[in-house]
Design a protein around this ligand. Structure first.
Ligand code: SF4
Length: 347
């Protein structure tokens, strides 16, 4: 068994204290290429974490999935997340086999196999993640999912390709912006009861849920003045909610950071958490504190170590270039909040 997988399970068991529920996720590359190792990890986690309820999830491109694997995931209470970027002509642009052949057909055949042979598991444990390419349209993906008999009732998460540390930067097409805004508008209409919820895009489900939690997330109730001391809104408390280990045993705050980034590395399974580095990651606003101090979005800013772009010599500059986008998105969230309040939506 992979020695890192043992060590990280020991860290999890030792440091999870009174937590009665633990979540263990497997990401790739393609994690199913190491199915035997995954089985051993699950067995070992149950051994080491007795008395705790364990939940597992795995993100896969679905191409090497077999019945035997699904039986195991069903038995072991795994949530399966399939990466599906849209209809065949879009999905196959970026998700190909080494032969250059697209993987859409194989993925869909395996999803259908689960739906037909494990219907309860499909209903309760299968979700999809869609990476949108903003150079294309939005509706072509959304309409494909809503109209597909296999996919239309499944939960979807959607996001655009993360521009930070991306090899090829993508620009937003006018078509994408207009179509995405329209779908967002439908979500607002749904919230105030003007249209039925089936009218909204499946890709907007997470956005719709976030709108409902906005008041709570932004801690808006009862705030009348700004506190004397405050902390940047971005970084989560390291290792408290999640921790990510790569194949070399290096530890990171989560799976969203760039594994080549020395800024994001917070230790190693053999040596444990590097507290100095952890402090640096949590206090990332120190890099830009003079600007942040005068920023109205300070409390709501979600910039964290994942936003440090390694192509910049100066990490502070790589963060500051993201500020207009961050402030823009916070402003949009507040606009939605005000509009929904005005139209009577009960938060
Ligand atoms: S948007 Fe920029 S300036 Fe404002 S708090 Fe975030 S990092 Fe600081």
């Amino acid at each position: 068994m992979n020695v890192h997988a043992i060590s990280v399970t020991i860290i999890l068991a030792r440091h999870s204290g009174d937590c009665s529920r633990l979540y263990i996720g497997f990401y790739g590359g393609e994690p199913l290429l190491e199915f035997e190792l995954i089985k051993k990890c699950v067995e070992y986690a149950h051994e080491r974490c007795r008395g705790k309820r364990l939940y597992f999830n795995l993100t896969t491109n679905g191409t090497v999935l077999t019945r035997e694997m699904v039986e195991f995931f069903d038995r072991s209470d795994f949530q399966l997340m399939f990466s599906l970027d849209g209809p065949k002509e879009i999905h196959d642009l970026s998700r190909k086999f080494a032969s250059n052949q697209g993987s859409f057909e194989k993925l869909i055949a395996n999803v259908r196999m689960i739906r037909d042979e494990f219907p309860e598991y499909f209903k309760n444990h299968v979700v999809f993640n869609t990476v949108l390419n903003p150079e294309n349209g939005y509706s072509c993906v959304s309409d494909f999912i809503s109209g597909d008999e296999l996919l239309k009732n499944s939960p979807f998460l959607a996001g655009i390709i993360n521009p930070v540390n991306a090899k090829n930067q993508k620009s937003f097409s006018q078509k994408f912006i207009e179509e995405e805004r329209y779908e967002h508008f439908l979500v607002l209409l749904e919230k105030i009861g003007e249209i039925p919820s089936e009218r909204k895009s499946p890709l907007e489900a997470a956005e719709s849920a976030m709108l409902e939690e906005f008041r709570y997330q932004k801690n808006l109730s009862g705030v009348t003045e700004l506190p004397e001391k405050s902390h940047h809104g971005g970084p989560c408390v390291l290792g408290s909610f999640r921790m990510f280990m790569n194949v070399d045993g290096d530890l990171f705050p989560c799976e969203k950071v760039c594994e080549n980034s020395e800024y994001a590395k917070m230790g190693n399974v053999d040596e444990g958490i590097d507290l100095e580095q952890a402090k640096r990651i949590m206090n990332i606003e120190k890099l830009t504190q003079d600007t942040c101090r005068n920023c109205w979005a300070y409390r709501y800013c979600h910039i964290c170590v994942a936003d440090i772009d390694l192509t910049y010599e100066d990490p502070a500059q790589s963060i500051l270039r993201r500020c207009p986008d961050v402030r823009g998105s916070v402003e949009e969230q507040f606009k939605d909040y005000c509009i929904l309040k005005e139209y009577g939506f009960q938060y």
